[in-house]
Design a protein around this ligand. Structure first.
Ligand SMILES: [Fe+2]
Ligand SMILES: [Fe+2]
Length: 166
């Protein structure tokens, strides 16, 4: 069962998010996505959870703005589809969108928009300006979500430090 951080709704079973689930169910239940549960991301959660967060909030934002929410949701899930987490270097920050796109293409037939979303999500760190509005939404949501995840990590670290000294 999956749920975006901050959301009350279980993706696979809540009627409130059934349209989102309908749009992503083949991707979210795929072996490729499930494997991401093994890898940690931004110190405090799995890469699977990070991708669910980015996908879900990109979907809501695109729906609100009248963009293609389904494609943003699918590509949001796939935007960090890589298995290993090498040391977080500048090179990794620039290169992993290509790896994710290659992996996503092996498993799913992607639209032009979905491919652009995955490839451009690290702009402007990686050269190549996003081409579609959905790419901008996912690129910004990814950064916002990463910031929130880092705040969760800081809070967990602070709580642990306080406990140690009590
Ligand atoms: Fe990424
Ligand atoms: Fe990401």
């Amino acid at each position: 069962m999956s749920r975006a951080i901050g959301s009350r709704y279980t993706i696979e079973s809540s009627p409130q998010v059934s349209k989102y689930h309908e749009a992503v169910k083949d991707v979210i239940s795929s072996e490729e996505m499930q494997k991401l549960k093994k890898y940690s991301h931004h110190h405090c959660m799995t890469r699977y959870q990070h991708c669910v967060n980015v996908s879900y909030y990109s979907y809501l934002l695109c729906r609100k703005l009248g963009f293609n929410a389904e494609q943003a949701a699918r590509a949001g899930l796939l935007h960090d589809l890589y298995e290993e987490m090498p040391k977080c270097s500048k090179e990794h920050l620039r290169n992993h969108p290509e790896i994710a796109l290659e992996n996503a293409r092996k498993a799913f037939k992607l639209s032009k928009v979905e491919a652009d979303v995955i490839l451009k999500h690290m702009w402007p760190i990686r050269k190549g300006r996003p081409r579609y509005p959905e790419s901008y939404v996912v690129m910004m949501t990814d950064k916002y979500v990463a910031f929130m995840e880092f705040c969760i990590y800081l809070k967990q670290t602070a709580d642990m430090t306080i406990k140690k000294h009590m």
